[in-house]
Design a protein around this ligand. Structure first.
Ligand code: SAM
Ligand code: SF4
Length: 352
């Protein structure tokens, strides 16, 4: 698909054409990754962060956040719960927290891998090659790091670098790939200053990077952040700002499926936050094949407030599981079994 075609799909308001896009994405999804929806148990293991991302409620400047870091045994309890629930993967996510030390994390990964059959996905920010290597060596399978936007000027404006360190997430993907991780990445949709051209290029990049997982979600303003107060960005020309809407998120999910037929694509919590009643189902019917039920102990959930009114913060892990499996079955899909590894390199692409 050319960038111009992608741009046209992003901008069309023609409902009949959009219906065609949903059907194409659903068919490509079915042929390439099947009807199973994989469950990844998400643990938000720390909300400490050294970064100043202008979009995120966990940024270091937000003194209104009560910070926590889960203990090893708490994480192991959640991992055991994931096994009991039949999940094949746990995702360990955190702010960029250097209190999560290399050797402590490596030991934790070794324990999860030694005591459970789970695949381990990490989402711990821009850590060093040495740390990535130690964690891979300990058994970590996958790493998630969104590039957020391919517009370098916009990225720099919303994601200030740490002192003396240029943030180059594309270089990190290369390092992670060399180390043998499955790579997940993605973007936020509707960042103030993000244009349709930027977004079309983001989608082309999904294809170029040959990603194993693509996570996209709407940007949701947080009032305790500069972007939430809409400061510090330049407005694009009239009609070129991408909306941070549910409708735009479905378009991007469907197009991501068409350009990366075998990638795992989650229906994200940010999407569910915009439409709690049906966001996940519609995401799964428009290209998605993964959901990430939350395993984080309830006492910590509200503290991991990357944006306000996040979906599912009051539920227990058990309620999350019941809710997700019910939603999957309600649309005639099957709950996945096993680790749900990326089929990206193992099968031929089946287009429509
Ligand atoms: N610290 C790690 C990192 O930045 O990669 C992992 C955790 S971070 C909270 C995970 C993702 O949350 C980011 O990649 C970003 O896309 C998303 N996020 C942060 N603030 C957001 C917001 N206001 N609206 C929507 N998504 C947001
Ligand atoms: Fe920290 Fe990640 Fe939030 Fe940036 S997006 S402030 S790195 S938790």
């Amino acid at each position: 698909m050319t960038r111009d075609e992608i741009r046209q799909w992003l901008k069309t308001a023609d409902e009949a054409r959009l219906e065609e896009l949903w059907l194409r994405a659903d068919e490509v999804r079915r042929r390439n990754v099947g009807d199973e929806v994989h469950l990844r148990g998400l643990m938000e293991i720390s909300n400490f962060c050294v970064r100043s991302c202008r979009y995120c409620g966990l940024r270091v400047e937000n003194t209104g956040v009560v910070r926590y870091r889960m203990a090893e045994e708490e994480i192991m309890d959640c991992a055991r719960q994931a096994v009991a629930f039949g999940y094949g993967t746990v995702v360990l996510q955190a702010g960029e927290d250097y209190g999560i030390e290399r050797d402590w994390m490596a030991e934790l990964i070794r324990r999860i891998k030694g005591e459970t059959p789970l695949a381990v996905t990490l989402s711990l920010g821009e850590r060093s090659e040495d740390e990535f290597a130690a964690w891979r060596e300990a058994g970590a399978d996958r790493y998630l790091l969104r590039f957020e936007t391919s517009n370098r000027a916009l990225y720099d404006a919303i994601h200030p670098p740490l002192a003396g360190r240029r943030s180059d997430r594309f270089a990190l993907f290369h390092t992670l790939k060399e180390l043998g991780y499955e790579i997940g990445s993605g973007i936020m949709i509707g960042i103030p200053g993000q244009t349709y051209d930027d977004l079309a290029w983001d989608i082309e990049i999904f294809q170029i990077l040959d990603l194993d997982m693509i996570g996209v979600g709407p940007f949701i303003p947080h009032p305790a952040t500069p972007l939430g107060r809409m400061r510090g960005t330049h407005a694009p020309p009239a009609g070129e700002q991408v909306p941070n809407s549910e409708a735009m998120t479905y378009r991007v999910m469907a197009l991501a499926r068409l350009v990366s037929p075998r990638a795992n694509i989650p229906a994200t919590s940010a999407l569910a936050t915009l439409n709690l009643a049906q966001g996940r189902e519609l995401g799964l019917m428009r290209g998605g094949n993964v959901v990430m039920p939350n395993l984080t102990p309830q006492e910590y959930r509200a503290m991991y407030e990357i944006y306000p009114a996040k979906a599912c913060i009051d539920e227990t892990a058990d309620q999350c599981r019941g809710c997700m499996t019910g939603r999957i079955r309600s649309i005639g899909r099957a709950v996945g079994s096993g680790r749900g590894d990326s089929p990206n390199r193992s099968r031929a692409v089946q287009s429509e």
